[in-house]
Design a protein around this ligand. Structure first.
Ligand code: PLP
Length: 388
């Protein structure tokens, strides 16, 4: 079966250039980049190139980029590192939104259990947080405001620059999780006005298990991983050299191709939305009126249980996601759609389609062709009353 992958927000396939470069590094370069001899200096130089490419993607200086094991670690390092560093100054309040990724939400929860006060800003059905909500919540003891640039489930883009200004007016630091925006929309650390920014390689056709945290020069942060003096004492542990090389190649490609890819993906996404909402009665786009990354759409299908739809689509060769976590057999409704104020029913009948490298009009058309029949079948099996 010719399978179609429409789950690029979960992860992306490696670009062929990434595979080539990483393979060569894994085969030919094994030195420890901290070693002073020839072998170490070779891998150090490779890592420097990767750092420069990643920094260029986000308009930053290479020396301000810290390599990590991925977006999750970058978020942890930003929030825990700042929280601990600012504790002595009496700043023990942390702010995020209720639609953050678990990497941020659960880090706040963990710090909350250790005595930090936490506030999650509310949102409405636009999926965009209002600067007024931050203004109302921020206090003089706020240490960090962590608000994602683009949401992973609905793709909405937050007004990070305006939020950063508010954070700074009150002496707080601003972190943004740009894992889902980097490579999809312009991401510039200065334009966004942030102090810390997280990104991850595997969301931009790079490898899994490598990410980066950009931090403004001079910012003090307590490392989460203690050990050697790697990454200028900001993150201990021998670096993932091949991963960093792959990340660098992916970042370089993203920087060069982003604008053209964004146009292609937006056209495909718009075609998908238009045709699905035409072909399937009771299909509604969530967050569709807001600024969004070009590759993502989240669609509710009235009277259809999302998990069943996901499985039926998978059997038809189409990979999508519900964007919600299914843990130990219990279906968890999407915390994002819930926070946007959608009914319990709607949070459970929504599917995320996220497009990327290699997707074509034919993929979209096949998806649109199979959806009405699957939805009709699932509806005829379900006895639940019509609710929106
Ligand atoms: C918005 C966001 N932040 C953080 C992460 C975590 O990144 P990683 O998988 O590299 O740990 C993800 C991954 O899904 C994400 O979508």
């Amino acid at each position: 079966m010719n399978r179609i992958y429409l789950d690029h927000n979960a992860t992306t396939p490696l670009h062929s250039e990434v595979i080539e470069r990483m393979t060569a590094v894994l085969r030919d370069e094994f030195g420890n980049p901290s070693s002073v001899h020839h072998f170490g200096q070779r891998t150090k130089a490779l890592m420097d190139d990767g750092r420069a490419a990643v920094a260029a993607l986000i308009g930053a200086e290479a020396s301000d980029v810290v390599f990590t094991s991925g977006g999750t670690e970058s978020d942890n390092l930003a929030i825990r590192g700042v929280a601990e560093a600012m504790e002595a100054a009496g700043r023990r309040h942390l702010i995020a939104t209720s639609i953050e990724h678990e990497a941020v939400l659960n880090t706040l929860k963990a710090l909350g259990r250790r005595g930090w006060r936490t506030t999650l800003l509310p949102l409405d059905q636009t999926g965009v947080v209002s600067p007024d909500a931050l203004r109302a919540a921020i206090t003089d003891d706020t240490a960090i405001v962590s608000i994602m640039h683009a949401n992973n489930e609905v793709g909405t883009i937050q007004p990070v620059a305006a939020l950063a200004e508010i954070a700074h007016e009150r002496g707080a630091l601003m972190h943004t999780d740009a894992v889902q925006s980097a490579g999809k929309v312009p991401v510039g650390v200065r334009t966004l006005g942030v102090d810390l920014l997280s990104i991850s390689a595997h969301k931009m056709n790079g490898p899994k298990g490598v990410g980066a945290l950009w931090m403004r020069r001079g910012l003090r942060l307590v490392p989460v991983l203690t050990g050697g003096r790697h990454e200028r004492s900001r993150r201990a542990g021998t670096e993932n050299v091949a991963g960093i090389v792959g990340f660098g190649v992916a970042a370089g490609l993203a920087a060069r191709k982003r604008a053209a890819d964004a146009d292609t993906l937006a056209a495909l996404r718009d075609r998908l939305e238009r045709d699905v909402t035409r072909a399937v009665a009771g299909a509604t786009v969530n967050g569709g009126g807001s600024p969004r990354v070009p590759n993502t759409t989240n669609i509710s299908f009235e009277r259809v249980e999302a998990e069943s739809l996901l499985i039926a689509l998978d059997l038809a060769g189409i990979a999508v996601s519900t964007g919600s976590a299914c843990s130990s057999g219990t279906l968890e409704p999407s915390h994002v759609l819930k926070a946007m104020g959608f009914s319990a029913h709607r949070t459970q009948n929504s599917i995320r389609f996220s497009l990327g490298l290699g997707n074509t009009e034919a993929d979209v058309d096949r998806t649109v062709a199979v959806l009405p029949g699957i939805v009709e079948k699932l509806r005829s099996l379900s006895r639940s009353p019509v609710r929106v």
